[in-house]
Design a protein around this ligand. Structure first.
Ligand code: CUA
Length: 451
């Protein structure tokens, strides 16, 4: 396994100067099988909860390969023979020979070490410096030993041959290219034919509508010796390590099968949806299916910890539902057959819409419900925002004119507020028999004041 590193100088300060002084930085070659063996033998120290192998104490797991000027990408050829390291501040990319690397390790052909990590001798492991052009970053591969290196500074792709190290063509890109993706170009059997150059910096290629310019990618025909630009399309900016795979190799699942959902809070019938309370913890089991979020409303007390477990019971392709909660900065998407849980503290009193945030049907916008957060009582036993509350509220918790929770949408759902009560598990009901004889109104108010 190979990783690049720069700032081998371990410089600080103005890094653009100080970290680029040395001619070479490193590619780290990790023998992950040796590392795996060391772990199996119980080696390693716990650091912050993670087992860490220190190369000083466990020799043989990692070696450094010097590589020119701040290496960026490192790529292994399809046959495993070559390791291509691209120093982004130079005009060549370096091809290392894996056999020579192994020989140098065996012969301890080192020039020194860094923190106990042996540094291999550059001349012993390098096969070629390929003059691809300025700012080489990443290399992808085609059939017949072809290699394609992206050139950030040149804004081009260089095509060259493994083994002969001959650069045969350069295709200009209309932007500063970063990653590139050749068809199955990261596999042991590259497909060739097509390559996409991914865009780091647009340079005004497109009509822009603000400071951040639109990004595009260019599709290049690589089936002939000369590369040919085929198409230019707007894309996400440079998705790193994007891969191009034949469509018939992709067999994704389309829904999460109901039988495989083992979530303890999953429910599959709206009859099982509902609200349970345990002290100040409220659990809502919710069903998401076109075009209702069940329950369509529920109420909690200000300060409650609310856990909403939602199951999207759809088994239909592409029927995702979302759950956004107004003013609580919550928005999740639940795939068909999936159960997801959100937990939040209901610290804001009022009526808050929750609603589907993933377009699901013609009734998507109707897929909505309301969370009612009953405000805490003030020192006089009055409810926050209840304009009609009077001192009498102390003895009569639900006086006429009581308007329920504070802020809410116009015409907010007093009907919901009155007609829905949290189901209280009997175990959590404490208090005297007289309190149990209280009306529904006062029972609700006792939960309002937090008892
Ligand atoms: Cu469910 Cu939109």
């Amino acid at each position: 396994m190979f990783l690049t590193c720069y700032n081998a100088e371990r410089a600080t300060g103005k890094l653009e100067v100080t970290a680029s002084q040395a001619d070479r930085d490193y590619i780290a070659a990790v023998d992950w099988k040796a590392a795996e063996k060391a772990i199996a033998e119980g080696k390693g120290d716990m650091l912050g909860g993670v087992k860490v192998l220190d190369p000083k104490k466990v020799p043989g797991i990692i070696y450094l390969m010097p590589c020119g000027k701040s290496p960026h990408g490192v790529d292994v050829s399809p046959d495993g023979k070559y390791i291509i390291g691209s120093g982004k501040l130079q005009g060549v990319t370096t091809a290392f020979n894996f056999e020579k690397v192994q020989t140098a390790i065996r012969n301890k052909d080192f020039t020194g070490d860094e923190d106990g990590i042996p540094v291999l001798k550059y001349e012993s492991i390098k096969d070629a410096e390929v003059p691809v052009g300025l700012g080489p970053l990443h290399t992808q591969f085609g059939p017949d030993n072809w290699a394609y290196t992206s050139l950030f500074v040149d804004s081009a792709v260089a095509k060259w041959k493994l083994g002969t190290w001959e650069v045969v063509d350069k295709a200009p890109m209309s932007y500063s290219i970063g990653h590139l993706s050749a068809a199955e170009g990261d596999t042991v059997s590259p497909d060739g034919k097509y390559l996409v150059g991914l865009n780091k910096l647009s340079h005004g290629r497109h009509l822009n509508v603000g400071p951040s310019q639109p990004e595009s990618s260019q599709l290049v025909d690589i089936s002939e010796e000369k590369m040919k630009l085929l198409y230019d399309a707007f894309t996400e900016p440079e998705p790193h390590y994007a891969v191009m795979v034949k469509a018939d190799k992709l067999k994704p699942i389309e829904v999460y099968p109901k039988e495989e959902n083992k979530h303890p809070l999953a429910i599959w019938d709206v009859k099982d949806a509902g609200v349970t309370r345990n002290g100040n913890k409220v659990l809502v089991k919710m069903v998401l299916v076109r075009s209702t979020l069940t329950p369509t409303d529920f109420e909690v007390n200000q300060g409650d910890t609310v856990k909403v477990a939602m199951t999207n019971i759809e088994q239909t392709t592409d029927e995702l539902h979302g759950w956004g909660l107004l003013d609580y900065n919550i928005n999740i998407v639940v795939d068909p057959g999936e159960t997801k849980v959100v937990t939040f503290k209901a610290d804001k009193p009022g009526v808050f819409a929750y609603y589907c945030t993933n377009f699901c049907s013609a009734l998507h916008q109707e897929m909505q419900g309301y969370l009612i957060v009953k405000p805490k009582a003030d020192g006089l036993g009055r409810r926050g925002g209840s304009a009609g509350a009077s001192p009498r509220a102390r003895s009569r918790p639900c006086p006429p004119g009581f308007v329920g929770p504070g802020p809410g949408p116009p015409g907010h759902r007093l009907d919901l507020w009155k007609s829905h009560r949290l189901s209280q598990p009997s175990a959590s009901r404490q208090g005297s028999s007289s309190s149990r004889r209280r009306s529904a109104c006062s029972e609700r108010s006792s939960s309002l004041s937090g008892t």
